[in-house]
Design a protein around this ligand. Structure first.
Ligand code: PYR
Length: 354
């Protein structure tokens, strides 16, 4: 692949359609960062804004990232492609929005019945997950960083009650990630719409149900104005990670101290995001209940069928490419121990709370 220059005169990006500000002026790096999400959205939008702010503060203004939200520079599901092609040096997206390129990317956002946010970061940081991620992304000239997690999501907003498996047949549902593949096996017509189209599609009747994130973001997007039935938790998305991704040529042109700052800013933004989701999801859940929303659990037969369907999806994907096989081996090795640990520590703790 032809290498693109990001710093020397800014010619690379300027030539690519003027999408970015000139890369360097008087020693100052001025780059754009394109997000998959509306930049005013709580959680996902806060995360990219805070990342850019931290980079600027930590570099004492030597590096400035201008944030562009969903669709402002590139469409929400094309962020990683745009970064790979060098049309923008940095992106912000959940890796599974690019899983059409490689299904292994699903495990870098979240998978059904998989890791929750704390476990996911533990795997990335200490369990070898980041090393495999770096290698997979290097194939596409990208350098990824974990920048946060929504924590366990809501299973979806449904227009009608789900009392058994029959109620899923033929249901048109917006859902992201491998949860969509899992539900397809149970008769759901799963569709992936960009976040900004969910409200309209649910309101118009184009879809009968929608999974987005969790109480804070679902409330911000107004889903409670369309239906009062919200099923929890999302077995499809026990956690969903966000990432900041650099074009590797751009990354390699940064000085070591700026590289360290860009990495540390992602970790700091991740910690803040986790706290923001935890705090405001709890607030929003109560506010939504006060508005008449019912938080319901999926019936046992539906949960059991989802588990079986997920086992099938996973078995089908396992043989698809070497990256999936490597990720699965590493991910599942830690997940097994993490589940045993949380059964011993977290579940009794939660059960004992009054
Ligand atoms: C979604 O698109 O559903 C996310 O959770 C990010």
């Amino acid at each position: 692949m032809k290498r693109r220059t990001f710093l020397a005169g800014g010619a690379g990006l300027a030539a690519a359609g003027g999408l970015a500000a000139p890369a360097i002026a008087q020693g100052k790096i001025e780059w754009n960062i394109a997000s998959s999400f509306p930049k005013a959205a709580p959680g996902v939008g806060t995360n990219v804004n805070r990342y850019a702010e931290l980079v600027s503060l930590m570099s004492d203004g030597r590096m400035h990232l201008t944030v562009y939200g969903a669709g402002e520079l590139v469409p929400p599901f094309s962020v990683e492609d745009a970064v790979q092609q060098g049309n923008v040096p940095v992106g912000h997206a959940p890796p599974y929005y690019a899983a059409g390129k490689n299904p292994a990317l699903h495990w870098y956002t979240g998978v059904p019945f998989g890791m929750m946010s704390n476990e996911h970061y533990a795997w990335l940081r200490w369990g070898g997950g980041q090393e495999i991620w770096d290698e997979i992304y290097a194939q596409r000239n990208l350098k990824p960083f974990y920048s946060g997690n929504s924590n366990t999501q809501s299973g979806g907003w449904f227009k009608n009650r789900i009392e058994g498996l029959d109620d899923l047949q033929g249901l048109n549902m917006r859902i992201a990630g491998l949860g969509g593949e899992m539900l397809r096996k149970l008769g759901v017509n799963a569709v992936l719409l960009p976040p900004t189209e969910i409200f309209q599609a649910l309101q118009s009747g184009a879809i009968d149900a929608a999974e987005w994130v969790g109480p804070m973001l679902d409330q911000a997007f107004g889903l409670q104005r369309i239906t009062k039935l919200c099923y929890v938790p999302a077995y499809a998305e026990p956690g969903a990670a966000l990432a900041v991704v650099f074009n590797a040529d751009a990354w390699n042109e940064l000085s070591p101290d700026l590289q360290a700052i860009c990495g540390a800013a992602a970790s700091a933004a991740a910690l803040e995001a986790q706290a923001q989701f935890d705090y405001h999801n709890a607030q929003a859940m109560q506010a939504l209940k006060d508005e008449g929303v019912e938080f319901l659990n999926f019936p046992d037969e539906v949960v059991a069928a989802m588990g079986d369907a997920w086992a099938q999806v996973k078995a089908e994907l396992a043989g698809q490419n070497e990256d999936v096989a490597r990720v699965l081996e590493s991910y599942d090795a830690y997940l097994e121990k993490a589940v045993a640990y949380s059964r011993a520590m977290t579940e009794p703790m939660l059960a004992g709370r009054r």
